[in-house]
Design a protein around this ligand. Structure first.
Ligand code: ATP
Ligand code: MG
Length: 336
């Protein structure tokens, strides 16, 4: 059985953008395939500590797992939920892969260049995390790794490391699918970019300082509705889906479509030509408030115990699979 693997960093509360653009599509994908694939959902807590964490990391981790469940993730025996740091093989394989990867290819990672800003004070984890990510994937022979486009380069790096390793030692790792095939497999995940409410030419990001730019999943629904009402639009006074010239309005249509589960085309047909932006804003604000109310109610129903039970099972599974793969790798290097 092939494996689909995904993780989302738990450094803070997630935004509506993270939810609609990453979590919901992932949950749909998992539910669609969990009869025929292993679905590995892990919390990359070792990746979290390469940058600041808001609040308590352990609490954030539990909350992130609850997000998946509240988003509708269906649990069966093929769905495995685990924390990266509870499976020590990740760190071990990362070290071994460090000795396979080159400075040249790792230095070329755009994420590293962006995050380090060329400063020598940048921590080594920021440089090395793509190698840890390769270990996260290769330990489980994962074929599909649904992630955003900012991570595609890391998939290519993972593929190169796996192929180099296999050339030297034999077929030990499954080479993950090419990014083009990853995109095809993800289908719905393509191109969803919720925009910043105040500066709609940018995407909504949890690290943006301005509160009114973003909707957090734990926002009070009425407060979230107000943020939508005060979202930046334009002075054209005519609703049209045009991300280039009318990004604010287009963003509202996009959000409306995703929260109501209505195809974007249908939402556009319904609203195109409307001259009162306030009417559209109100409809989106109501929808967002309702979505948050329902989501938060589901979150409240999920107990910590439920999460720990899933983790116990998932971590037992993950350690078995990962340790078996690690042993093969150790043997290849005559460490065992
Ligand atoms: P940060 O500001 O810390 O970079 P972020 O909000 O950009 O936070 P990430 O942790 O970088 O979130 O990404 C988590 C996941 O959410 C990724 O899969 C990413 O593609 C997706 N994502 C992030 N922002 C958006 C958005 N505005 N719309 C849709 N998907 C998004
Ligand atoms: Mg980001």
């Amino acid at each position: 059985m092939q494996t689909i693997l995904t993780g989302i960093r738990s450094n803070s509360v997630l935004t509506l953008g993270n939810y609609l653009g990453a979590m919901l599509p992932m949950v749909r994908l998992a539910n669609k395939h969990s009869k025929d694939y292993n679905i590995n959902i892990f919390v990359p807590d070792l990746h979290s500590i390469i940058s600041d964490v808001d609040g308590d990391l352990r609490e954030n981790i539990i909350r992130t797992i609850k997000y998946y469940l509240a988003a509708g993730l269906e649990i069966n025996e093929n769905v495995h939920i685990y924390r990266q740091s509870y499976v020590p093989a990740h760190s071990e394989l990362c070290w071994i892969l460090n000795c396979v990867a080159t400075m040249g290819e790792t230095s070329r990672m755009i994420q590293y260049k962006e995050k380090s800003k060329g400063q020598e004070s940048c921590n080594v984890g920021i440089f090395d995390y793509p190698i840890l990510m390769a270990a996260d994937i290769l330990l489980y022979d994962a074929t599909y790794v649904p992630i955003g486009e900012d991570q595609f380069q890391h998939i290519e790096l993972t593929r190169n490391l796996a192929m180099r390793f296999n050339n030297r030692f034999g077929e030990i790792f499954t080479v993950p699918a090419k990014t083009a095939d990853q995109i095809k497999f993800m289908g719905v995940n393509e191109g969803i970019r919720i925009r910043d409410l105040l500066n709609p030419e940018k995407k909504m990001s949890k690290s943006t300082k301005a509160e009114n730019s973003k909707i957090m999943l734990d926002d009070e629904p009425a407060k979230a509705a107000k943020k939508i009402m005060s979202a930046t639009t334009d002075s054209l006074a005519k609703v049209k889906f045009d991300m280039f010239n009318q990004p604010g309005i287009s963003n509202l249509l996009q959000i409306k479509s995703l929260i109501s589960g209505t195809p974007l085309q249908d939402v556009i047909s319904e609203w195109v030509g409307e001259t009162r932006y306030g009417t559209l804003k109100q409809a989106v604000a109501d929808g967002v408030a309702q979505t948050l109310t329902e989501f938060q109610a589901k979150m409240a129903e999920i107990s910590d115990e439920q999460v720990y039970e899933l983790l116990e099972k998932g971590e037992k599974y993950a350690n078995e699979v990962a340790n078996a793969k690690l042993l093969e790798v150790q043997k290849a290097f005559h460490l065992r």
